[in-house]
Structure formats: structure tokens, C-alpha cells
Design a protein around this ligand. Structure first.
Ligand SMILES: *[C@@H]1O[C@H](CO)[C@@H](O)[C@H](O)[C@H]1NC(C)=O
Ligand SMILES: *[C@@H]1O[C@H](CO)[C@@H](O)[C@H](O)[C@H]1NC(C)=O
Ligand SMILES: *[C@@H]1O[C@H](CO)[C@@H](O)[C@H](O)[C@H]1NC(C)=O
Length: 300
């Protein structure tokens, strides 16, 4: 005797906006007739927070305050206790996607390290004490409705040379001479659009080994007692390998990985922000990093 559950969403891409209704059918396939104690569907939306080991000792109070934040928590009885026939039974469902209490907003789905924002449907066919309760979960994705793109692009010109590095005059003498300039087309970017720019190596005393662009998430969990801030790498893209031809622009192009980025999120209890690092590795393994804060949004 077996019970197989499946939660089938009507929307194929599983992407929903706040205020919409999530609908679908619960499909139950039984090898023979079974008795059950009720069928329940739950809708859950949760922000999971944690702090890194390096911060645990420092902020004892903070550690206790990093509790999950519930965004959706709703239960719906799909059927009272009774019997399910052998074969396939389908039960339709419909639930509103509304966050009734604080923070009164459904944040975008995001998979990070110290912050996760997840949404799921969970179904349970309850059985009496002799038989195991059958469960099935189905994740779905929340996205913000796109907003209007800002009129003005926040272009940023940059220039990197020994003089721009935060070093003492003495340290600077030891650094090989080089000059790299470039532009980021916009530091405010839509998560579905590529992040673009270019850079040009004007001259360098020591050959360049590699130029890399890192996408970094900065997750902050905190409250009145303090906060824990952690930067971790999401992806690293090499844009130049070996000594590059001087004076020729090298394109910078990043596409944001879907579930691992979200519009920049700043709330009372936590923050999810993004940065881009430009890393230049010289032949002698000397490494220069330039950091750029970026603002992600979701625009049409
Ligand atoms: C959130 O945290 C709970 C308990 O701390 C854990 O059971 C669950 O798997 C976590 N979910 C995600 C998506 O990280
Ligand atoms: C978030 O999810 C990732 C991977 O699923 C997991 O490694 C991490 O521990 C989770 N963090 C929290 C705070 O739940
Ligand atoms: C960046 O440099 C370009 C070309 O040199 C110039 O046209 C543009 O105005 C500069 N932008 C800013 C924001 O300084």
C-alpha cells in the first residue's frame, strides 16, 4: 500500500507577486483505498537568519535575537478525516499571498548564506498512529512587481594606480607602477539585466596574470544589540587571462545568478546588499582589489 503526493501549481514558472492567489491541485495517488485523519495544506514564507561563528562569541544577545521571521503562515483544511479511493484523487486549492502582520511585505525569494528567504507549500495527509503521515513540499518564488527604471544612469569612472591604493608612501614605493582606468555603466542595476562596463590597462611594469570580477553579497543580521555583517563571494568571473594588451578596452559583463541575488534589501532586522570587486593579479602574485557598492533593483 502506498500514498504518493504531488503539489501541482497552475503557474509553470512558479513565480508569484504579492497580492496574487497561488492555485493548483493536490494530487494523491493511492495503490489501494486508505483511511486518513484529514488533509491539510500549509503556506509558509520564512526569513531564516543566522550569524557566522566569528560573531557568535561577540554578540551573545544578538545570537538570541536572530530568530526566523515569518512572512506567511497559513493552514487550510482540504478534507476532513475520511477515505481516499484507490487511484488518483485531485483536490484543487487557492490561497492568497498576503503578509498580514509585520513586516507586511513579502520579500523576494533569496538564497544566501546567513539570510534565506523561502516560500513553500506543504501538504500533509494525516494518518492514524499505525500509518505514517504522508507529506510533500513545493517551493515557489516571490518577486517584486517591476518598478520604473531610473531615468539617469549612475555611471562611475574609476582609475587604479599605486597612488589610489590606501597605502603609506613607503609601501607605495614597493608596488609596481601601473595604471588602469575604466567605467561601470551603472552602479544601480536590475537583477535581470547584465551589469556592464569596461576597463583599460594603460601601462604596467609587472605583467598582469589575471583580471577578475567578483560578485559579493553582504549579509547583515542584527538588532538594537548590535549586528553581524558578513561578505561572501557569489561568483568570480575572469575577464582577462595573462598579460593584457595595453590601451585596449576589456569589457566587463556580469549576469546576476537568479536565486542568489535579489533587489538590495534593507530592513529593521537584516540587510542583503551587493558589491562588485575588481581584482587584478600581477605576475608576482601581487593583488590589487577595487571595491564598488552596487544597488540592485527590479525594473521593467
Ligand atoms: C530555516 O531554519 C530552520 C530551523 O532553523 C530549518 O529547519 C530550515 O531548513 C531552514 N530553511 C532554510 C531554507 O534554510
Ligand atoms: C541558507 O541556505 C543555505 C543553503 O541552502 C544553507 O547553507 C544556510 O545554512 C542557510 N542559512 C540559513 C540562515 O538558514
Ligand atoms: C566618465 O568619463 C567619460 C569619458 O571620459 C565622461 O564623458 C563622463 O562624463 C565621465 N562620467 C563621470 C560620472 O564622471
Amino acid at each position: 500500500m502506498s500514498v504518493n503526493l504531488d503539489i501541482k501549481l497552475r503557474r509553470g514558472n512558479k513565480i508569484y507577486f504579492e497580492g496574487e492567489t497561488i492555485s493548483g491541485v493536490l494530487q494523491i495517488v493511492c495503490s489501494s483505498e486508505i483511511k486518513h485523519e484529514g488533509i491539510v495544506l500549509s503556506l509558509e514564507g520564512l526569513v531564516n537568519l543566522s550569524i557566522s561563528n566569528k560573531n557568535v562569541g561577540i554578540f551573545e544577545a544578538l545570537y538570541n535575537s536572530v530568530k526566523p521571521i515569518s512572512l506567511l503562515n497559513q493552514h487550510s483544511d482540504l478534507a476532513p478525516s475520511g477515505k481516499l479511493p484507490a487511484g488518483t484523487t485531485e483536490i484543487p486549492f487557492e490561497l492568497p499571498l498576503i503578509c498580514p502582520k509585520e513586516p507586511k511585505i513579502l520579500y523576494e525569494t533569496y538564497h544566501g548564506v546567513f539570510v534565506n528567504i523561502t516560500y513553500m507549500l506543504k501538504c500533509e495527509v494525516k494518518r492514524s498512529f499505525l500509518a505514517k503521515t504522508a507529506t510533500k513540499t513545493q517551493q515557489f518564488i516571490i518577486q517584486y512587481r517591476p518598478t520604473r527604471a531610473p531615468e539617469k544612469k549612475s555611471e562611475v569612472n574609476f582609475s587604479i594606480s599605486p597612488e589610489t591604493l590606501q597605502k603609506s608612501a613607503k609601501e607605495r614605493i614597493a608596488i609596481p607602477r601601473f595604471l588602469i582606468t575604466g567605467v561601470l555603466d551603472s552602479t544601480e542595476s536590475c537583477v535581470t539585466q547584465p551589469f556592464t562596463g569596461s576597463l583599460t590597462v594603460h601601462h604596467t611594469e609587472v605583467p598582469i596574470k589575471s583580471i577578475e570580477i567578483q560578485l559579493v553579497r553582504v549579509e547583515t543580521c542584527g538588532c538594537a544589540e548590535g549586528y553581524a555583517r558578513d561578505a561572501t563571494e557569489i561568483q568570480n568571473i575572469q575577464i582577462a587571462d595573462g598579460n593584457v594588451c595595453p590601451k585596449i578596452p576589456i569589457p566587463i559583463y556580469i549576469t546576476f545568478p537568479r536565486l542568489f541575488t535579489c533587489p538590495t534589501l534593507i530592513t529593521k532586522n537584516f540587510k542583503v546588499e551587493f558589491e562588485v570587486n575588481l581584482v587584478v593579479v600581477f605576475g608576482d602574485d601581487y593583488l590589487v582589489t577595487e571595491n564598488f557598492q552596487i544597488l540592485l533593483n527590479r525594473t521593467a
